[in-house]
Unconditional design. Sequence first.
Length: 379
Amino acid sequence: MVHNRCVARTAVVVAAACFWSGSNVSWAAGKAEEGFVSLFDGKTLNGWHLMNGAQFVAQDGVLKLNGGHGWLRSDKEYSDFILRLEFRFMKPDQDGGVFLRSNMEGDDWPSRKYEVQCQNTARMGMIFGATHDLNVGLTQKTLKPVGEWNEYEITLVKSSVEVRLNGEVVSVSASMDKLTRGYLGLQGENGFHEYRNIRIKDLGRTEEGFVSLFDGKTLDGWHLMNGAQFVAQDGVLKLNGGHGWLRSDKEYSDFILRLEFRFMKPDQDGGVFLRSNMEGDDWPSRKYEVQCQNTARMGMIFGATHDLNVGLTQKTLKPVGEWNEYEITLVKSSVEVRLNGEVVSVSASMDKLTRGYLGLQGENGFHEYRNIRIKDLGK
């Protein structure tokens, strides 16, 4: 299909035009780079990971793809952003793509993703994984010949995306709501491409005021309690079964806690302790606990009456092996638990305990944690 349309093309185009009304001004003004961060140093693949036999190499200041399958994955995950990258085709009819909000798993390429097609054919600019409106004529008029550099600017905010090719809006979609966060990627599909000047402006949540609680290498700032089997390895905090718990060095009262986690097997039991004491046999004897278990108990708040949206929780929870994120906001007697951006559980009865340690529970589960950070609101 050459011209892919949404069910209500007119509505999407109008909505997209309203949503992106400010974009033309910034482009005409010279595309200010304020807030952008480079993702490619021109010399190495630092910040990227070769997946499934991908054949990308850093050479002569550019990122070269010399055929083959697989893909190149970003180190970080992103939700909302502006991505700018330059590319050129080294031969006619070269297939490839830019992956957005992708997972890590899959055979040749990620099994869950959006993809902006990067192919010098009539498929150029298509958005796979979402209904979209592609202006084929403008795309082909704007696309430069083999060997010349092009630029994509891809702006993705919530469920809406705008794709610019060499300054022209060639493709839009308002149906990017199934995937909310994931990796960036460059696809290898037997194509010969070159890339350079890859940079991103992260439009996701601000991290201002947050402090990291895990350095990715050691258990500094944490204490193994009651025989807990947590270890720092390969940049993550691994739990390989057993009981006990991992206790924070400091106590907190009110805070926003963000942490990423994944389950390594089905039905893995665990939890995040809030305002806990230090004493207890396996786990602290006084605490609140946000359940971290890939079952219907996910998101429950033990120690306080609460309201859990089970359906939304199960819809939002990612499969075994994929990274999830909790954002837990606890202020006075109220707590809000977000799973992958969605509010899944709330309570207004957290008034019995006013201050205590953070903790990660060991209850025979196999979990991994990373990017643990906190904004202390109790100072």
